[in-house]
Design a protein around this ligand. Structure first.
Ligand code: C2E
Ligand code: MG
Ligand code: MG
Ligand code: MG
Length: 292
């Protein structure tokens, strides 16, 4: 009887649920093993909207899975976050990306390096040490590194977040709030923190397709006005079309990222891409808008 009820219970789970559970287990197991060696970093350009020059790049992690191919972060980072593996992963990423930025700088390619830091890592004592070690080891100047934190990582414990941010600022690292507009943190709380940059989530531009573009433009302009008042730089995420580009330029955003301006690319491609941009005049915005 026990056997048959066990079997019945199995039937309660759909194949999709079973596959999801199996995948979680595989990720958790492999990330404890050799999967860190299979992680790769792609870099997406961040563009200045006034000049169209390349300001820097954002590091985006992928997993080169031996059977499944190149996997995006949303397929494995949530599990890594739950198991705590996100901490050694980010420690590795900080070393990898600061070394890369220092190597590019040695070739005359000065790019600010943005690295995403999860809430779980941000709340630990080790983050500040991990950042300091990566900077010392690579020799990258601290002001060339930007840590991206989501609203939720700072909203959970604002007092502790402020201490942590001040420590980081103390040795010159910059901090950006990522995916702004997707969380529920209060503006007052967010803007009382020592942050340098606000990244406006791409859902706002995506909304321009559904609701009136005029309203999206007005919201963008209001957010940018707020950042200006506070001396914070703004980055528009998810610029996919020339219309999006016009909208974020009109709103006065400082910087932008998106498929129109540059896809995430492997490290080897970055110097080549920069050379191509330079040969074409150096203004990525003009190139993107003219390419239509
Ligand atoms: P994010 O930090 O907001 O990164 C931007 C995401 O938007 C990236 O997805 C990027 O490929 C994608 N993207 C860029 N331009 C466009 C566009 O024009 N249109 C659309 N639809 N998407 C665009 P990706 O690489 O899949 O990363 C997803 C998220 O995973 C990131 O969002 C970030 O929260 C997280 N993530 C990525 N790498 C890391 C990492 O190294 N550490 C941590 N903790 N999180 C990471
Ligand atoms: Mg980010
Ligand atoms: Mg973002
Ligand atoms: Mg986003």
């Amino acid at each position: 009887a026990a056997k048959s009820s066990g079997r019945d219970r199995v039937h309660l789970f759909s194949p999709a649920l079973r596959e999801a559970a199996r995948w979680r287990l595989e990720v958790a197991t492999r990330l404890r093993g050799d999967a860190i060696d299979q992680l790769v970093v792609h870099y997406q350009p961040v563009i200045r909207l006034d000049t169209g020059q390349v300001e820097g790049v954002e590091a985006l992690v992928r997993w080169q899975h031996p059977e499944r191919g190149l996997l995006p972060p949303d397929t494995f980072l949530a599990v890594a976050e739950e198991t705590g593996q996100i901490i050694p992963i980010t420690r590795w990423l900080l070393r990898e990306t600061t070394l890369k930025a220092a190597a590019w700088a040695a070739q005359g390619l000065n790019l600010r390096m943005s690295v995403n830091v999860s809430a779980r890592h941000f709340s630990t004592e080790t983050l500040v040490r991990d950042v300091r070690v990566a900077l010392q080891h690579s020799g990258l100047p601290a002001d060339q590194l930007i840590l991206e934190l989501t609203e939720t990582s700072v909203a959970e414990d604002p007092t502790r977040a402020e201490d942590q941010l001040n420590l980081l600022r103390g040795f010159g690292v910059r901090v950006a709030i990522d995916d702004f507009g997707t969380g529920w943190s209060s503006l007052a709380q967010l803007f009382s923190l020592p942050i340098g940059t606000l990244k406006i989530d791409r859902s706002l531009l995506a909304a321009a397709e559904r609701v009136a573009a005029g309203e999206t433009g007005a919201v963008l302009t209001a957010i940018v006005g707020l950042t200006r008042t506070l001396g914070i730089r703004s980055v528009a995420e998810g610029v996919e079309t020339v219309e999006h580009l016009r909208m974020v330029q009109a709103a006065g955003c400082d910087l932008a990222q998106g498929w129109l301006l540059g896809h995430p690319m492997p490290a080897e491609r970055v110097p080549e891409w920069l050379r191509e941009v330079r040969q074409a005049g150096g203004d990525v915005c003009a190139l993107a808008a003219g390419g239509r």
